[in-house]
Design a protein. Sequence first.
Length: 114
Amino acid sequence: VQLQASGGGLVQAGGSLRLTCAASERTFSMGWFRQAPGKEREFVAGIDWSGGSTNYVDSVKGRFTISRDNAKNTVYLQMNSLKPEDTAVYYCAAGVLRAVYSYWGQGTQVTVSS
């Protein structure tokens, strides 16, 4: 499975961005992770095949929304009310099992200025 992420950029605090990840084929789980400089990669959000089950890291709940379009094998991450601490490289991930991610995209940089 190949994943192509896009949509990162520079935004002011309080602003919004939408990340997009296109997969070469359908997978059960799709999600987003992020890695800030000097920190470990962390889970941000995940969604199952039906779109009925989503989960988020506590720090983004209420601000980020993950969704998917199975007809396009694409997952989205709508990020609102961005904070400087959201600055990181965001990675798209996918897997054939629930919440197990075996495939990774190349990452897209998100920078939030204060």
